[in-house]
Design a protein. Structure first.
Length: 162
């Protein structure tokens, strides 16, 4: 029992300031406008940061135009985008904090095992935001909500990468 109380405190501590209901609504509504653009999103990330593409054994060294329309590319793009969809769907409800923490910290640990660096996660973040901000109606409130969401997510990922 004591163990679970300590664990709960650690989890809440790791996600120090959960999203408000308003912020979660802004993230959800903007994500809903791009979440079916999986291939486009991953292609934008690879185009902006070829070092990220180089970490994927099946895509490394290949011309982006030649892989972008393949089923394999769509599969990977869908995995990555679905991860965000899952975390975003859980956001805005404190009862889901420990589930979000578990998902994101596993993501970090799995990527650490692949040799992915904190700098590459930051590159991914900036190209994701560039993509979203140019495909949805974007303003200071939406930007602040996304920053808050990604700050929380990345605090957990970066801890797992250490
Ligand atoms: C927040 C950002 C990211 C998310 C949400 C994400 C999500 C995922 C997911 C869901 C998978 C499949 C499940 C798994 O095997 O773990 C995966 C696999 C992978 N990710 Fe990421 N990822 C992110 C960032 C990155 C970055 C920055 C890199 C490289 C620099 C990367 C490289 C890989 C590789 C190499 C795989 C394995 C692909 C394979 O099956 O061969 N990821 N990622």
């Amino acid at each position: 029992m004591k163990f679970f109380a300590v664990l709960a405190l650690c989890i809440v501590g790791a996600i120090a300031s959960p999203l408000s209901a308003d912020e979660a609504a802004l993230v959800k509504s903007s994500w809903a406008q791009v979440k079916h653009n999986e291939v486009d999103i991953l292609a934008a990330v690879f185009a902006a940061h070829p070092d990220i593409q180089a970490k994927f054994p099946q895509f490394a060294g290949k011309d982006l135009a030649s892989i972008k329309d393949t089923a394999e590319f769509a599969t990977h793009a869908t995995r990555i985008v679905s991860f965000f969809s899952e975390v975003i769907s859980l956001s805005g409800d404190q009862a889901n904090l420990s589930a979000v923490y578990a998902l994101v910290s596993k993501l970090g640990a799995d990527h650490k095992a692949r040799g992915i660096t904190a700098a590459q996660f930051s590159e991914f973040r900036s190209s994701l935001i560039t993509y979203i901000s140019s495909h949805v109606s974007w303003g200071d409130n939406v930007a602040a909500a996304w920053n808050h969401a990604l700050d929380n997510t990345y605090a957990v990922v970066l801890k797992a990468l250490e």
